[in-house]
Ligand binder design. Sequence first.
Ligand SMILES: CC(C)(COP(=O)(O)OP(=O)(O)OC[C@H]1O[C@@H](n2cnc3c(N)ncnc32)[C@H](O)[C@@H]1OP(=O)(O)O)[C@@H](O)C(=O)NCCC(=O)NCCS
Length: 174
Amino acid sequence: MAPEELSFVLDPVLGSDLVEELSRIWLDVTRAGGAVGGAPDATEADLAPVIQDALDRVQTGKDHMLLGRLGHRPVGFAFLSFRPGPLFRHWATVKRLQVRPELQGRGFGDAFLEELARVAKDLGLEQLHLTVRGGTGTEAFYERHGYRVVCRIPDVIRVAPDDTREEIYMVARL
Ligand SMILES: CC(C)(COP(=O)(O)OP(=O)(O)OC[C@H]1O[C@@H](n2cnc3c(N)ncnc32)[C@H](O)[C@@H]1OP(=O)(O)O)[C@@H](O)C(=O)NCCC(=O)NCCS
């Protein structure tokens, strides 16, 4: 299905209803195995500080958030996160890109990456960076949009005591 009805909002007002809905999506995506900062058995309490930190960074103007909606219903979201300091203003990191589990596989992820690239160019950025959890195969999704693997750091992500993954760094030149 083509995502023609999807619309995007950059830096939406983070009222309590929206924060509640985003937190629910984040938990559902995590429990479905999504690599967005938690293990699949994460609880609301495990994710709360991760979510709070991401939203605080948007509210204080450090990062941007891109929200995708069908009508008024949030479908997914992602962050553009900046490394502090004057040497790193020409690029940002795409973080926590996620689409509601029941709406995955319909082209919304592709639409998000296109819109993130458009927003980044509007902001004057020259590169987008991101990291992928090893073993998920998600690098293939990003490669379709011009991201290339630049390095792999072994054993960075401990999903469970007996499950430690590499972190894959990818960069797209805009
Ligand atoms: C990754 C994610 C954002 C993709 O969104 P989506 O709406 O499902 O993606 P799309 O429907 O636009 O898929 C586009 C293409 O990429 C492929 N693709 C999607 N997710 C993929 C993945 N995890 N690995 C490999 N390929 C993937 C699709 O098969 C599709 O290919 P096709 O057109 O040949 O069928 C979504 O699956 C998601 O939210 N995953 C859980 C959270 C997560 O792990 N995010 C990544 C953090 S690095």
